[in-house]
Design a protein around this ligand. Sequence first.
Ligand SMILES: [Zn+2]
Length: 143
Amino acid sequence: MAGRPKSKASYIKNTVDPHFSWFIRLNGANQNGMCRCITCNKMVHWTEIDAGHFHIRKNMGTRFHPCNVAPQCSWCNSWNEGQSALFAQYIKDKFGVEMLDELAELAKGNEPLDLDKLVVLVAELKTKIRKLCKDKGLKCPLR
Ligand SMILES: [Zn+2]
């Protein structure tokens, strides 16, 4: 077990963000490692697709919410606020209209994330990432 991270900001940026992004993209990948962009349907390899945020990353209340983040090609992720109208439609279709309201509510909250909870989140993400890679026969990004 690694020691407690010293700076929360750098832990989020350097550890939590990449693990969460790996999880989102591996979760969306098929057995060939290909992921469908949720806003334009383009197929991109999971290592080259982005994990796009519906409510942007600076909203801490939704930064690591699995319904707020989905595989997106880099074009969609950077164009027109992440194709937000199409992204909203995807969330509505997949999780229901209530999820849009829930995410909007969570995105308003600006409470600092709890470091201990983030450490637990990373451990959970590692377990999920290893399982996804094993199940899909993909090369695991974790050491
Ligand atoms: Zn796209």
